[in-house]
Design a protein around this ligand. Structure first.
Ligand code: A3P
Ligand code: MG
Ligand code: MG
Length: 372
């Protein structure tokens, strides 16, 4: 069913002359056939340790331990005394992915063996793509994406909006604690190795992360992106990554398919090819009292029968058209030029161009390549 849709010339939303400077996000424009999305292939992984240091290996991999059907996981435990929180004011941009690329240059196909050219159109974080997928249905949060073309590849890095910065700086104590709950659930659910059990008495440190790097193609866009993965199936006979990965989520109430939250969950895991989500449902005291597994492939079936529901095809077609728009706009190949794409709910996507500005994000990139 996934075949390439040929739309008539002039019908692409950004070619519409009335919108020559922007890209529409109206859902109706993206209700076409599902675009080609190749099965994502893991090309590598990396780890960030308790001090957020980069390692070109899987040392932070965690193993899923199936919880009891009727658990009693107190998510509030340890917030005051066993929590090390990552400094989210520290903007890492694409740095870790760039480090991974430099360390693994030989693994990546290159058009010419000697040239410092990546054989992909886009390099970004999975989380940035998730935001693009959910844009046609987003009514609250705006976004800013910085794009630089370097040696033919387009690098996409998020810029924090003023509203997001205000939210982050003025987070209430209650909100800060609820952000901890998601990480605490993980600690009840995964172990450090296949032979051990979860250790809820330990410290929760949100600097730690295991990230997969995948390659795939959306329509005619070749993508290389990285995303954080919560844990993997501990059975050594489980299918190869990313099929063995498990995403963990917490939620206040049982999810209904229509919810925007389920769209976010679907988009986040569908992109890297993570096949299942294990959701822990909590009571108002912050105690997880039930768990349920969602299979990504079944979510799309679940929502098909729902009236007025979000559609995966709208998400994917919007993302594909946005990437075409970026290719069309970001033409100057120059590490110090940033094309800043900007979107607010109920508006079109617009862009501005910045030279040697605060938005530049490829750090000494040419020097990084010389070291190879
Ligand atoms: P939940 O997803 O269970 O809420 P992830 O699920 O993506 O691996 O993220 C782990 C946890 O980080 C989340 O658990 C949540 O607690 C916190 N978190 C991630 N993104 C967040 C966001 N945009 N706002 C608030 N909390 C977030
Ligand atoms: Mg995670
Ligand atoms: Mg998670």
């Amino acid at each position: 069913p996934n075949y390439h849709h040929q739309h008539q010339s002039g019908s692409t939303p950004w070619r519409n002359p009335l919108r020559s400077q922007g890209l529409s996000t109206r859902r109706e424009l993206y209700e076409r056939d599902f675009p080609v999305y190749k099965q994502p292939v893991e090309v590598g992984c990396f780890s960030l340790d308790s001090e957020r240091r980069f390692f070109n290996d899987s040392r932070q991999m965690r193993y899923y331990v199936e919880p009891d059907r009727n658990p009693h996981f107190d998510l509030k435990d340890g917030y005051k005394d066993r929590f090390v929180k990552r400094d989210d004011g520290e903007k890492e941009k694409l740095d870790h992915i760039l480090r991974w690329i430099v360390a693994n240059r030989s693994k990546l196909d290159s058009r010419e063996t000697t040239a410092s050219v990546l054989d992909v159109d886009f390099v970004t974080w999975r989380g940035h793509l998730t935001k693009l997928l959910t844009t046609p249905y987003e009514t609250r949060d705006s976004w800013l994406l910085a794009v630089t073309r370097f040696r033919g590849t387009l690098y996409i890095s998020e810029v924090e909006t003023e509203a997001a910065r205000r939210d982050r700086e003025n987070r209430t104590e209650r909100n800060a604690e609820m952000m901890y709950w998601g990480y605490k659930f993980e600690q009840y659910t995964f172990a450090d190795d296949i032979h051990s059990l979860p250790d809820p008495s330990g410290v929760v440190n949100t600097n730690e992360a295991f990230c997969t790097v995948v390659q795939t193609r959306l329509a005619d866009h070749r993508l290389l992106f990285s995303g954080e993965v919560d844990c993997r199936d501990k059975d050594p006979a489980a299918p190869a990554p990313p099929a063995c990965y498990v995403e963990l989520k917490t939620s206040a109430e049982i999810c209904t398919p229509k919810q925007f939250k389920l769209l976010k969950w679907w988009a986040q895991s569908f992109l890297p090819g993570v096949p299942r989500i294990v959701a822990g449902f909590r009571d108002h005291e912050g105690v997880v009292v039930s768990v349920e597994t969602f299979h990504i492939s079944k979510i799309s079936h679940l929502i098909k029968n729902e009236y007025n529901c979000w559609k995966p095809t709208v998400c994917m077609n919007f993302c594909s058209d946005f990437l075409s728009f970026v290719k069309h706009v970001a033409t100057e190949d120059n590490p110090s030029v940033v094309y800043l794409f900007s979107w607010e709910p109920h508006r079109d996507v617009t862009f501005s161009i910045h030279r040697d500005s605060q938005y530049s994000f490829l750090p000494h990139w040419e020097k990084m390549f010389e070291r190879l």
